[in-house]
Design a binder for this molecule. Structure first.
Ligand code: G3P
Length: 341
């Protein structure tokens, strides 16, 4: 008799448990909860008026639209959240985080990336964009993965960087004694030093007031930066040294990346890739527009003695003990292949 009651109880219990198990959604106090949405923060130095920020807002919107139930990318511009070295630390530490910042910060982990964006290497955006598709750079991306960093793109360029000062610069001599703001990067420090300046690292958010308070005499940056951040309001001479290419690395933690579903990874990759192409075409178009607008705003553009500046930076490529021996020569071989295609 007792056995019969026990059997009935077991049956009722198992029907109840099957009912619960069939429903994968979590229940909380009788309420059905939607599956958890993954929130990933994207942090960048660019202000909302700059094209890279505009493009990445759009990229995030498209990703969020396509993955609306399960993933959301939240964009933080203008250094509202940690940027540069601190942003890369979030990535390496495995946070739900996408860093958008100079390739030099990726170079802190894999030094050869700095060689790929060294001074006076590229004549055109296309040359650089072909380099990011080379085996040489693909191998660096594989090395980065071993250090916990998944490189999503190296293609978000924002133009060649030139000098923005009070006086006209023609030769390295003209930069003597001038305190020029640079991002906090050894590559930038050594490059500007070789060009004759006194490089001063400063977060971009402090440059405007830094010029007003004479902490620095000027800066170096692209037309996209000069126009987009309104820094032209405090300095009016652009000297076209075109010494380094302004370009961002978009990175995410490799661990976070591997936890995403195939679909999430596909959508993120597609939208970031397409955004990169759009960003370049906008940059090409806007650089011309911005130069005109800047001239109307009283900014003067000067040609420089590029032979003298090229000669001045030659020594740079032997100043990085952490670079793989021969990396510069490998880059030149790759670049010649690109140019001969
Ligand atoms: O918003 C600032 C950006 O355009 C340039 O920053 O640090 O590369 O000079 P940075």
């Amino acid at each position: 008799m007792k056995k019969g009651i026990l059997k009935v109880l077991m049956l009722v219990l198992s029907i109840f448990l099957i009912g619960c198990g069939g429903d994968k959604e979590k229940k909380d106090g009788g309420q059905t909860k939607a599956p958890e949405k993954k929130i990933i923060k994207m942090s960048m130095k660019f202000v909302d008026d700059e094209q890279t920020a505009k493009t990445l807002h759009e990229v995030a919107n498209k990703i969020n639209e396509r993955l609306k139930d399960n993933l959301e990318i939240q964009v933080f511009t203008g250094g509202q959240l940690p940027i540069g070295k601190d942003s890369m630390e979030q990535v390496v530490g495995g946070a739900n985080w996408i860093s958008v910042d100079g390739i030099n910060f990726l170079g802190d982990y894999i030094p050869d990336y700095n060689a790929v964006v060294g001074p006076m290497l590229y004549n055109t955006f296309d040359e650089y964009l072909a380099m990011t598709k080379s085996d040489l750079v693909k191998n660096l991306n594989t090395e980065a993965e071993k250090k916990g960093i998944k490189v999503l793109s190296l293609d978000y360029l924002f133009g060649f960087r030139s000098m923005l000062t009070e006086k006209e610069i023609k030769t390295p001599e003209d930069l003597k004694g001038l305190k020029i703001r640079v991002p906090n990067s050894q590559l930038y420090m050594l490059t500007l030093e070789a060009m004759g300046a006194n490089p001063t690292p400063l977060p971009f958010t402090e440059v405007y007031s830094g010029i007003q308070q004479k902490v620095v005499d000027g800066l170096e940056g692209s037309l996209m930066t000069i126009y987009g951040t309104k820094i032209y309001e405090v300095r009016k001479q652009v000297s076209l040294t075109n010494h380094l290419l302004g370009v961002s690395a978009i990175t995410i933690s490799n661990k976070v990346w591997n936890e995403l579903t195939d679909d999430q990874r596909k959508v993120i990759e597609e939208e970031i890739y397409n955004g990169g192409i759009y960003n370049t075409s906008e940059t090409v178009k806007l650089e011309k527009e911005y130069q005109k607008k800047l001239e109307e705003l009283g900014v003067k553009f000067n040609e420089v003695d590029s032979v003298a500046f090229n000669k001045a930076i030659e020594k740079i490529y032997s100043q990085f003990p952490k670079w793989t021996p021969g990396i510069y020569d490998q880059i030149i071989v790759e670049l010649n292949k690109i140019r001969n295609k």
